[in-house]
Design a protein around this ligand. Structure first.
Ligand SMILES: Cc1cc2nc3c(=O)[nH]c(=O)nc-3n(C[C@H](O)[C@H](O)[C@H](O)COP(=O)(O)O)c2cc1C
Length: 391
């Protein structure tokens, strides 16, 4: 990992090391990928105000996230099938996050189960919940997260129906999976490191589900069950129910609209995540960064506003903090590290982003995370660039 200087380096190694079907699963977005692209292009339009001759010798990145101390304002986002990017990937990613002093979020759709990750890491992690139609299963999953001492529940609310990703269909990541197409087999043969890792582990199915439902054991039956279980009827009343059975901190993830942010505040959740699911759901939705300022302005004093979508550097992290995010999640940026080199790759991704943030703060004349605000940006935002829809 010593020649790695940026997240794009990790992405290119990930691409070489991991089969195309799984790389595309991470890298691509839904439909025409307009929102995926907007997450990046709107981010890049925000320009920093360089400040000089300020004493920046003692810069500190530490902060609190949901009241807990963290080494920097960053969280590893929930990413389904992480254990298909690198054998036992969830355990590697969680260990890297904990060593770096930031929270890790385990997806409902993880390969390693809640109990498995808990048994292999030292500290509590966050758990992300998809509310399935089978509410008995959901209740049992929450009880398992409580038993594993998960320190926050991230309730993802932007996936009542699934946005189509064309690449996944073409690659055979379908229900049931059709991975053993000739082109995939030829591709697997060119990825020996990945193949040998996956051959050595037993963790190759959705660990939170397989074995926890009668009849759902192999990958085909589990993925069939999951596909039939996303609930289009999910609504705010269900969130009240979740709140009543989850005693810990609640984070509502997938908010893009001020009106929905206000509803999230009413649930009593501790935090919300401004997110468009990394451009994987509603294509044509605005970039997360473009809607962040209005949401912060409206509800930022009542709830902790977190952010994700398009962060690939410490500069991007600083941009989101400047527009009012308290902390940010990253998805792809750490998965590229994982695919490139397991725990060490994730650690490298976090190190890269932390150092970039520190230098960016310095060159903007800022020493502490709490001092980052809009003043670190030029007035480009107000005069030119991104505009957000008002409620
Ligand atoms: C491959 C992949 C799988 C994902 N799976 C989940 C998931 O299981 N649950 C969830 O809430 N979000 C999921 N997300 C969305 C991320 O949590 C996060 O919102 C998104 O990755 C942020 O955008 P970024 O990748 O540009 O950082 C996934 C994202 C990716 C890239």
């Amino acid at each position: 990992m010593k020649d790695i200087t940026c997240i794009e380096d990790l992405r290119l190694i990930h691409k070489r090391r991991v089969p195309k079907a799984f790389f595309d699963y991470v890298d691509r977005g839904s439909y025409a990928e307009e929102t995926l692209r907007a997450n990046r292009s709107d981010m890049e339009r925000l320009k920093f105000r360089q400040r000089i001759l300020v004493d920046i010798a003692k810069r500190e990145l530490d902060t609190t996230i949901l009241g807990e101390q963290a080494s920097m304002p960053l969280i590893l986002a929930p990413v389904g099938s992480t254990g298909m990017q690198y054998a036992d990937g969830e355990i590697h990613a969680c260990r890297a996050a904990q060593a770096a002093g930031i929270p890790y979020t385990l997806s409902t759709m993880s390969i390693c189960s809640i109990e498995d990750v808990a048994a292999h890491v030292e500290k509590p992690f966050w758990f992300q919940l998809y509310v399935m139609k089978d509410r008995g299963f959901v209740k049992a999953l929450i009880e398992r997260a409580i038993a594993a001492k998960c320190s926050a529940l991230v309730l993802t609310v932007d996936l009542q129906v699934i946005g189509q990703r064309h690449a996944d269909i073409k690659n055979g990541l379908t229900v049931p999976p059709q991975l053993l197409k000739l082109k995939n087999i030829i591709d697997f043969a060119t990825k020996p490191g990945w193949v040998s890792g996956m051959a050595r582990t037993k963790r190759r199915n959705f660990g939170n589900i397989a074995g926890h439902l009668p009849g759902a054991q192999d990958l085909a039956s589990v993925s069939g069950w999951v596909a039939s279980q996303f609930d289009p009827s999910l609504n705010w009343k269900d969130i009240e129910w979740i709140r009543s059975i989850w005693p810990g901190k609640l984070v509502i993830k997938g908010i893009l609209d001020v009106a929905d942010a206000r509803e999230a505040v009413k649930t009593g959740a501790e935090a919300l995540v401004v997110s468009n699911h990394g451009g994987r759901q509603l294509d044509g939705a605005p970039s997360s960064i473009s809607v962040l300022p209005d949401i912060v302005q409206d509800v930022g004093s009542q709830i902790e506003v977190l952010f994700d979508g398009g962060i690939r550097s410490g500069q991007d992290l600083m941009r989101a903090l400047a527009l009012g995010a308290k902390s940010c999640m990253i998805g792809r940026a750490y998965i590229y590290g994982l695919g490139a080199g397991g725990q060490e790759g994730v650690a490298t991704a976090l190190d890269v982003i932390g150092k970039e943030l520190s230098v960016t703060m310095g060159l903007c004349g800022v020493n502490r995370i709490a001092d980052i605000d809009r003043r670190v940006l030029t007035d480009y935002l107000q005069t030119n660039a991104i505009s957000s829809p008002r409620s």
